[in-house]
Ligand binder design. Structure first.
Ligand SMILES: NC(=O)C1=CN([C@@H]2O[C@H](COP(=O)(O)OP(=O)(O)OC[C@H]3O[C@@H](n4cnc5c(N)ncnc54)[C@H](OP(=O)(O)O)[C@@H]3O)[C@@H](O)[C@H]2O)C=CC1
Ligand SMILES: Nc1nc(=O)c2c([nH]1)NC[C@@H]1CN(c3ccc(C(=O)N[C@@H](CCC(=O)O)C(=O)O)cc3)C=[N+]21
Length: 286
């Protein structure tokens, strides 16, 4: 293996320590404790485990959090009513509705109901628009975490060819936008891309957000490329793995992120950062 591994678990831990200081200052100086409310509909085991991770991390930095658990049979109207109440509740700084939602609920309707100033996921169209314009806003947590990982290793983005595989609203599209904002030249690939390898082998920075194990192997990677694996796949053995064949890819890449202990923990650290930002915005009356 020649690549340097960017350990997201360790970096997220460092960030949480900094955030802990920031939160204690807020509490001491302004008497404000940031509060995050997480809404979980149904009992998808993966969602439950992510939500637990978010609550644990919030507690660690001194952010208070509450979890609203609703049954799978909750109607769209009931969920929208709850969000309305959370929007009005002055003690709630950040609202996160865990995705995916049950099929009978329109995700986009729910996201658009959240007050953009409490949208710590950065999924509301207003915040996505602000991100596209390069304005200060809540950045989507996974893309924000990826940029933070690159910067932590002084990996230059400007002028580099970044190739993103995946075009979802929560990962692929926004990570390409943030890389563009950092002056990369960006190419998006997806399931209809003809000859994926032709693009991936030209990438200086390759972001893989597909959701299928081992789609990307050494032969898809340019020598010395930076490879960021966003995928989280649970194998039948119970083991977690990314979308990239780590062992072969690590022989060719200059930097690579592992799964687990890669992008996942950074996503949660950025959520905490956004929650603190939301609480600060409120003080300023924004
Ligand atoms: N680490 C973290 O913090 C997070 C990890 N994830 C993980 O990242 C992965 C992606 O998540 P998400 O973006 O929500 O997933 P989606 O399923 O919404 O999107 C997957 C994307 O990959 C594309 N795709 C699928 N198969 C192929 C293929 N064979 N070749 C090229 N492109 C392909 C799809 O193309 P098309 O659009 O044409 O269908 C789509 O754009 C998942 O494993 C998810 O669990 C997600 C969020 C956070
Ligand atoms: N509204 C909303 N916001 C999200 O941010 C959101 C979501 N919905 N739905 C699901 C995806 C997925 N996601 C992850 C977060 C952390 C890890 C994570 O910390 N993973 C650990 C492993 C955890 C384990 O062992 O299970 C790691 O990669 O090391 C993974 C995935 C956030 N998501």
């Amino acid at each position: 293996m020649s690549a340097e591994v960017i350990n997201g678990r360790d970096l997220a831990q460092e960030i949480r320590l900094e955030l802990k200081d920031e939160v204690s200052k807020m509490i001491q100086e302004e008497g404000v404790t940031p509060h995050l409310t997480v809404v979980l509909v149904g009992d998808n085991p993966a969602s439950k485990s992510y939500v637990k991770g978010k609550e644990k991390a919030a507690k660690e930095v001194g952010i208070s959090s509450s979890l609203v658990e609703l049954p799978e049979t909750t109607s769209e109207e009931e969920l929208l009513n709850l969000i309305h109440k959370l929007n009005e509740d002055k003690t709630v700084n950040g609202i996160l509705v865990q995705l995916p939602l049950p099929n009978h609920i329109r995700e986009q309707k729910v996201i658009e109901m959240i007050n953009p100033n409490k949208d710590v996921d950065g999924f509301h169209p207003v915040n996505i628009g602000r991100m596209m314009l390069g304005e200060d806003t809540f950045l989507p947590c996974t893309p924000y975490g990826i940029i933070t990982m690159l910067k932590s290793r002084n990996i230059s983005i400007e002028g580099k060819h970044a190739v993103v595989i995946g075009r979802s609203n929560i990962v692929g599209k926004p990570v390409g936008q943030l890389l563009l904002n950092e002056n990369a030249t960006v190419t998006y690939c997806h399931s209809r891309t003809a000859n994926l390898k032709e693009f991936t082998t030209k990438a200086d920075i390759l972001i893989v957000a597909i959701g299928k194990p081992n789609v990307v192997t050494a032969e898809d990677i340019k020598d010395g490329a930076v490879v960021i694996d966003v995928g989280i796949n649970r194998l039948e053995t119970g083991k977690l793995t990314g979308d990239v064949d780590f062992d072969s890819a690590a022989d060719k890449a200059s930097f690579i992120t592992p799964v687990p202990k890669g992008v996942g923990p950074m996503t949660i650290a950025m959520l905490l950062k956004n929650t603190i930002k939301a609480a600060k915005g409120l003080e300023k009356g924004e």
